[in-house]
Design a protein around this ligand. Structure first.
Ligand code: 5AD
Ligand code: SF4
Length: 472
């Protein structure tokens, strides 16, 4: 049993991350382990986790498991979890509670938990106390070893936990079963060294480690060959890409090289306001296949709160960068993340946040109430903002965000936009969907033949969170 250790997870040494190209290995015997068995996987959280799920699926299929969307048919059930806020924590444990009776009825079913929650000491303690009927728990650094973890669990018939809490290495040969045939997530880096005081990610995902450019470029070139039209470059803090490598190569260089592969659409997530360079702005501006959309988390508009959050920029720095992006990148959409109710946030601090929203008029935003995460510095701060105030602030903020989101969308009325049609909408019967270059959801009437095609769409109606249109 290898349990997580927060103190270890916090450590940062000067050691370079090791790049392994052969760590994921699977014996002929393990390749047969899943014959006639089905797996069901549920994913919580960010795109990084979605992509981890694509890796996990490919590994399971290498072991001959097949996927099912019906939990009652599954021989293996995995929850790939998120630790960023406590709401997922309760959802996951609620779901595990339901799975207990399934396990009692069908003891052969393997039930496992992985992802960021597996990296939390408190979660493992709770599992050992109340959910020890689980079969496997593995961490974000252990995905490559899933075949062996499963084999051990099956042999022992008792809970198998394997969670490394190291700074992390890079495993280059893990396969992926991609969700889409047209757009792909591509990790460019793992982990984070920013240690914003509220955030659990530097503990659950390890230190910042950039993939070598040649691996990324080759992956994108392969995707182009396979017919992919879009890539989203993923990292917790993509504009710090390359800082941990000894080669003189940064995010601007990477964006340019990815654009040169000929892939039609390049997106990237997430940018930190701190590392955004003028070179990046130039590259985005000069390459028409790099989309003019920047997700630039603000978190708070108050200098006092930003300092307590450890964000290392001021309200003025943020607005300056925002204006520079808007002035230099034509038609640039900017979206953001904002936390309300951080410890010590006063009405004036909150008004500073509203002031930035009024000045920046974001295209859209994800807004959250501060959620204390055990082990982070902010969780030790005295939380002196009561829940009613937090909820009131969130509501007030959302009203303003929604107002500007609709205003931004209204500008699209009667305009023609280019959209990669991704498929039929799950929510809207018979409608196809895709996104504009600025990442606005577009719903259109149309037939299946348009799926996987980049088409021109005339916008006929604008709403707060989406646009309706007609294929031209
Ligand atoms: N509480 C609330 N929101 C958080 N985020 C990260 N950690 C927390 C937390 N402890 C939000 C930030 C981040 C987004 C991914 O999640 O806004 O940008
Ligand atoms: Fe968390 Fe800050 Fe790193 Fe983003 S930059 S993952 S908020 S520590």
């Amino acid at each position: 049993m290898l349990k997580p250790d927060l103190n270890e997870a916090k450590k940062r040494t000067k050691d370079k991350a090791l790049v392994y190209t052969d760590k994921y290995q699977i014996t002929d015997e393990l390749k047969k382990l899943g014959i006639n068995k089905k797996y069901f996987i549920r994913t919580y959280g960010c795109q990084m986790n979605e992509h981890d799920t694509e890796n996990i699926k490919a590994i399971l299929e290498d072991m001959s498991f097949t996927e099912t969307s019906k939990i009652e048919d599954a021989d293996l059930i995995l929850l790939n979890t998120c630790a960023i806020r406590e709401n997922v924590h309760y959802k996951v444990f609620g779901f595990l509670g339901q799975l207990k009776s399934l396990k009692q009825q069908k003891p052969h079913v393997i039930i496992g938990l992985c992802g960021c929650m597996a990296q939390e000491e408190v979660v493992i303690e709770e599992i050992l106390k109340k959910y020890s009927w689980l079969d496997i728990v593995f961490g974000t650094h252990n995905i490559h070893n899933l075949p062996n973890i499963l084999e051990r669990a099956l042999a022992k018939k008792e809970l198998e936990i394997e969670v490394f809490s190291n700074e992390g290495d890079i495993y280059e040969n893990i396969p992926a079963k991609r969700e889409s045939k047209y757009k792909a997530w591509v990790n460019i880096m793992y982990g984070c060294d920013k240690f914003c005081t509220y955030c659990i990610v530097p503990y659950t995902r390890g230190k910042q480690r950039s993939r070598l450019p040649e691996y990324i470029i080759n992956e994108v070139k392969e995707l182009v060959k396979e017919g992919y039209l879009e890539v989203t470059l993923l990292g917790q803090n993509v504009n710090a890409y390359g800082k941990d490598l000894d080669i003189n190569y940064n995010m601007a260089n990477l964006l340019e090289d990815v654009a040169k592969t000929g892939i039609k659409i390049v997106r990237f997530l997430t940018s930190h306001p701190w590392d955004f360079t003028d070179d990046m702005i130039e590259v985005i501006k000069n390459n028409s296949n790099i989309m003019p959309h920047i997700h630039l988390p603000l978190q708070s508009g108050s200098d006092k709160i930003l300092k307590l959050m450890g964000r290392r920029y001021t309200k003025e720095d943020y607005i300056k960068l925002y204006n520079k992006l808007k002035e230099n990148i034509p038609n640039c959409a900017i979206t953001t993340d904002i936390i309300v109710g951080f410890p010590n946030e006063t009405e004036e601090d909150f008004n500073e946040t509203l002031d930035v929203v009024n000045k920046c008029q974001f295209d859209s935003a994800f807004t959250f109430i501060f959620s204390p995460r055990v082990g982070t510095p902010a969780a030790k701060m005295k939380d002196n903002v009561d829940i009613e105030t937090k909820e009131k602030r969130l509501q007030q903020l959302n009203e303003l965000i929604n107002y500007y989101a609709l205003e931004a969308n209204k500008k699209y009325l009667n305009k023609t936009v280019t959209v990669l049609i991704e498929g039929f909408s799950e929510k809207k019967d018979g409608l196809l969907f895709g996104y504009t270059d600025t990442m606005k959801l577009v719903n259109v009437k149309g037939e299946e033949k348009y799926i996987g095609k980049i088409v021109d769409v005339k916008i006929t109606e604008t709403k707060t969170w989406s646009l309706d249109g007609k294929i031209c």
